[in-house]
Design a binder for this molecule. Structure first.
Ligand SMILES: NC(=O)c1ccc[n+]([C@@H]2O[C@H](COP(=O)([O-])OP(=O)(O)OC[C@H]3O[C@@H](n4cnc5c(N)ncnc54)[C@H](O)[C@@H]3O)[C@@H](O)[C@H]2O)c1
Length: 433
C-alpha cells in the first residue's frame, strides 16, 4: 500500500485518486474548491462520470479514500503527489499554468519528506522542469526532497474509469529514471505497456496524441464537405477507409466538430508552442479552422431550410460536447447557441445530463425534461450530441411534434431514407442530403 495525494478533483484527479484507491493504495484527494470537497464528503459527485459514484463510495467505505482542502493534511504523508489541476487556454491560446504553479508552490510549502511529484495535467513541454524550479527556489533539493515525473493522462470523459483501469499505455517521463520506475510500480496491477522517456518527450507525447486525433476529425470533416458537393456519403466513405488496417475506423465520424476541455485547448497550446519557437504550424491551424467551420455548417443548413432565423424556434438535442458526460466546455452546442441567438432564433433544448452545466453558461434558453418536449412546435430540430437516448427515439412521434419537419443531424446518427419516409426534410453532414 502506497500513500498517494491527488491535487485537483476534476475529471482526471477524481478518477485517478479513486482508481488508485481501488487498486489498494491509501489516497487523499485535495482540491481548493470547498464546495466540491464538501459534496464528496457527503457522498455526492461534483461531476458526472459513469461508474465513478459507486467506486468512490466503495473506497470511502474501505477507508482508502479521503477528501480534504488542506495541503498540510495531504502532502506530508504522501509518497506520490499527483498534480491534476486544470490547464485552460490563456488569451493567446497558450496553456494557462497558474493552477499548476499554485499547486507546486503549495507542495513546496508543505513537503516534509521525499515525495515524487507526478504531473498528470496536460502541460506545455518544459513544465516539469518549471515545477522542479519552483521547489528548488523554496529550498527543496531534487533527488533528496523530491523528483518530478511526467505522467500524461489519456482517459476520455464518459469512459474515464474504464480508460484508467484498461489503458492502452502509461507514459512516464523523468530526469531521474528511478523515480519513473517507482511510479511505474503503481501501474503494474493494470498489466499494460509502460513507456519511460525523458520529461519533455512525455509531455510532448500527450500533445502530439491529441493533435493527431483532432486532425483525424478535421480531416474527415473536410472530406465530408467535399462529399456533400460530389454526392458521396461520408459515412460509407469513412467505413470503407476504416477497413484499411493502416487507417482504422476511430475518430473518423464527420459531424459538427470536436469540443471539450482537451482537443481545442491542446491544439491551440501546441500551435502556440510551435509559433513562439519560430515554427509555422500550418496543419494545426487548419485543424482548428475546419473545426470552427463545422459549427457554421449547421447554421447554413438551417438558413437553407428556414430562410432568416429571426423569430424561428429551434430545438436542440444534446448540449454536452460528447455523450456520457455533463461537460459543456468548448461544446459545439455553445457556439451554435451563440450564433442562433445572435440571429434572433428562440432555443428549446434538452440533454440527458448536461442541462445544469449548460444553464450556468447560457441565457435565454428554455430547457425541457424530455427530448420530445423540446421538439414540440419547433421550426427545426438539430441533433448536436449523439447520446444513445437520441438513437432510440420514436421519430414518427417527433415528426408529428415539430411545427416544420426539418431535421439537421449534426452527428449523422439517423438514416436519411427513414427520416424522409416520416415526412422529414433531412440534412446530415457530408451525406448528399
Ligand atoms: N478532462 C479530460 O478528459 C482530460 C483528459 C486527459 C487530460 N486532461 C488534463 O488533465 C488536467 C485536469 O483536467 P480536468 O478536466 O480534470 O480539470 P477540471 O477543471 O475538471 O478539474 C481541475 C480541478 O483542479 C482544482 N484546482 C485548481 N487549482 C488548484 C490548486 N492550486 N490546488 C488544488 N486544486 C486545484 C480545481 O478546483 C478543479 O476542481 C488538465 O490539464 C487537462 O488538460 C483532461
Amino acid at each position: 500500500m502506497r500513500k498517494i495525494c491527488v491535487i485537483g478533483v476534476g475529471y482526471v484527479g477524481l478518477v485517478t485518486g479513486t482508481c488508485f484507491a481501488d487498486l489498494g493504495n491509501q489516497v487523499t484527494c485535495l482540491d481548493i474548491a470547498e464546495d466540491k470537497i464538501e459534496k464528496l464528503r457527503r457522498g455526492e459527485m461534483p461531476i458526472y462520470e459513469p461508474g465513478l459514484e459507486e467506486l468512490v463510495a466503495r473506497n470511502v467505505a474501505a477507508q482508502r479514500l479521503i477528501f480534504t482542502t488542506d495541503y498540510r493534511q495531504a502532502v506530508p504523508d504522501a509518497d506520490f503527489i499527483f498534480i491534476a489541476v486544470g490547464t485552460p487556454s490563456g488569451v493567446d491560446g497558450e496553456a494557462d499554468l497558474q493552477y499548476v504553479r499554485m499547486a507546486a508552490e503549495s507542495i513546496a510549502e508543505t513537503l516534509t519528506h521525499y515525495a515524487i511529484i507526478v504531473n498528470k495535467s496536460t502541460v506545455p513541454v518544459g513544465t516539469g522542469d518549471s515545477v522542479a524550479e519552483i521547489l528548488i527556489e523554496r529550498g527543496k533539493q531534487p533527488g533528496v526532497d523530491f523528483d518530478v515525473v511526467s505522467n500524461p493522462e489519456f482517459l476520455r470523459e464518459g469512459s474515464a474509469v474504464y480508460d484508467f483501469m484498461q489503458p492502452d499505455r502509461v507514459v512516464l517521463g523523468a530526469t531521474n529514471h528511478e523515480a519513473a520506475d517507482k511510479v511505474a510500480q503503481l501501474y503494474l496491477p493494470l498489466r499494460c505497456p509502460i513507456m519511460i522517456t525523458d520529461l519533455r518527450t512525455a509531455e510532448m507525447i500527450k500533445y502530439a496524441s491529441n493533435a493527431f486525433l483532432a486532425t483525424r476529425i478535421s480531416f474527415i470533416n473536410e472530406m465530408a464537405a467535399i462529399c456533400e458537393k460530389l454526392g458521396a456519403d461520408i459515412k460509407e466513405v469513412a467505413a470503407g477507409m476504416g477497413m484499411d488496417k493502416r487507417i482504422g475506423r476511430a475518430f473518423l465520424d464527420a459531424g459538427i466538430g470536436f469540443g471539450g476541455s482537451c482537443f481545442p485547448k491542446d491544439v491551440k497550446a501546441l500551435t502556440w508552442m510551435a509559433e513562439v519557437n519560430g515554427r509555422h504550424p500550418q496543419l494545426l491551424r487548419a485543424v482548428m479552422d475546419i473545426n470552427r467551420d463545422q459549427r457554421r455548417q449547421v447554421i447554413a443548413k438551417l438558413r437553407e431550410l428556414l430562410g432568416a432565423l429571426r423569430g424561428k424556434t429551434i430545438a436542440l438535442w444534446g448540449l454536452a460536447f460528447k455523450p456520457n458526460t455533463d461537460d459543456v466546455r468548448e461544446a459545439p452546442a455553445l457556439d451554435i447557441i451563440h450564433i442562433l441567438q445572435n440571429e434572433g432564433a428562440q432555443i428549446r433544448a434538452y440533454d440527458p445530463v448536461a442541462m445544469p452545466a449548460a444553464r450556468r453558461v447560457t441565457q435565454g434558453i428554455t430547457f425541457y425534461e424530455s427530448a420530445y418536449a423540446a421538439a414540440e412546435g419547433a421550426d427545426a430540430l438539430v441533433l448536436l450530441t449523439e447520446w444513445n437516448e437520441f438513437k432510440q427515439m420514436d421519430m414518427a412521434r417527433v415528426a408529428a411534434a415539430l411545427k416544420q419537419k426539418f431535421l439537421v443531424d449534426g452527428r449523422n446518427i439517423y438514416e436519411p431514407d427513414k427520416m424522409q419516409e416520416l415526412g422529414m426534410v433531412y440534412r446530415g453532414i457530408g451525406r448528399g442530403y
